[in-house]
Design a protein around this ligand. Structure first.
Ligand SMILES: [Zn+2]
Length: 225
């Protein structure tokens, strides 16, 4: 899970040089698949130990300018989760500029690049009434599909936050999977609570160890256990 890629960036971002090193390392050591393809394949056969899917949250302008072209050049599939209302903002989280609606449409046409929804307004869903949650989930899907002219089947919970009933709302809106910010092992029977490994500035240098030795090392490095 990446956010911003560039410098100077916020703590939840990653510098451009380490990001490019990550891509080279991933390409030579792992089997990279699209997120949706990986989850769909997992329904019929075990996930390979070296399987990796790359995702980006929010829709930062630097993803359009640098990170996604770098993925495409290397044949690395990626999923970008877009918060629709944030598009075009000059200063979103960390004061960073966001890509435009046209940028999203351009990226969606690139090989291996998938656009997913990250709600409309990037709220903490657990704090919202079910009907407001439903609008954030379903309306963001509909507006992206209308804009892109193709299905939007993947969802990402803002801040990794959701209420017990949110998962069922995601399913009911027609998504095929949803990702969290929790670190853990993927379970094929929980496609709407898929864990991810956050990659941020502090973990720039330990990506290899994280992906090689598993999420426990990550959690220790992050002071989570
Ligand atoms: Zn987000």
């Amino acid at each position: 899970m990446y956010h911003s890629v560039g410098e100077p960036g916020p703590t939840f971002g990653v510098g451009r040089a380490p990001f490019l090193q990550h891509l080279e390392w991933i390409r030579s050591h792992k089997t990279v698949s699209g997120l949706l393809e990986l989850v769909e394949q997992a329904r019929s056969k075990p996930v390979a130990d070296d399987a990796v899917a790359v995702t980006f949250d929010d829709g930062y302008l630097d993803n359009y300018e640098c990170a996604i072209p770098a993925c495409v050049e290397r044949g690395i599939p990626a999923t970008i989760f877009i918060a629709w209302d944030a598009l075009g903002s000059p200063a979103f989280r960390g004061g960073l500029p966001m890509m435009s609606r046209d940028h999203v449409r351009e990226l969606a046409a690139l090989p291996g690049i998938t656009i997913g929804s990250h709600t409309l307004s990037h709220p903490k869903l657990s704090r919202l009434d079910p009907e407001v949650q439903r609008r954030e989930l379903c309306d963001s899907k509909a507006v992206l599909e209308d804009w892109l002219g193709k299905p939007v089947e993947t969802f990402c919970y803002p801040f990794g936050d959701y209420a017990p009933g949110t998962v069922e709302l995601v399913r009911a809106c027609g998504y095929r999977l949803a990702v969290t910010t929790r670190v853990g092992a993927f379970r094929v029977d929980r496609p709407f609570e898929i864990p991810r490994i956050p990659v941020s500035r502090f973990s720039e240098s330990i990506l290899e160890a994280t992906l090689t030795q598993g999420y426990l090392l990550y959690a220790k490095a992050a002071g989570r256990c």
